[in-house]
Design a protein around this ligand. Structure first.
Ligand code: FES
Length: 103
């Protein structure tokens, strides 16, 4: 089962393959900052993928469009910036997201 490490909190959780990063972490009792109904609209859940970017599902057109719309035309230049509510886990990853905390 894939494992997600979240920095700077330093937690690790197991995630069913195909689960979004956000749902997997929240299922273990943690709060993750969001601003919409986890639909890829607000980009508040955006995270930096420190390692394992290739072990996430590919970025879809909707995620890409909203990152550009909310954060500017260069937002998708760095593939490490992903939306936690859209990126699905396919293997072990380490991500950085401020605001993640015990719920
Ligand atoms: S929670 Fe709004 S874009 Fe992910």
């Amino acid at each position: 089962m894939p494992r997600i490490r979240v920095e700077p909190l330093g937690i690790e959780v197991d995630a069913p393959r195909g689960e979004t990063v956000l749902d997997a972490v929240c299922a273990h009792g943690f709060f993750w900052p969001v601003g919409c109904d986890r639909i890829g609209e607000c980009t508040n859940c955006a995270m930096e993928v420190i390692s394992g970017v290739g072990r996430l599902s590919a970025m879809g057109r909707y995620e890409r469009q909203n990152l550009v719309r909310q954060r500017g035309p260069g937002a998708t230049d760095d593939p490490r910036l992903r939306l936690a509510c859209q990126a699905r886990v396919e293997g072990d990853i380490v991500v950085y997201k401020r605001g993640v905390a015990p719920a």
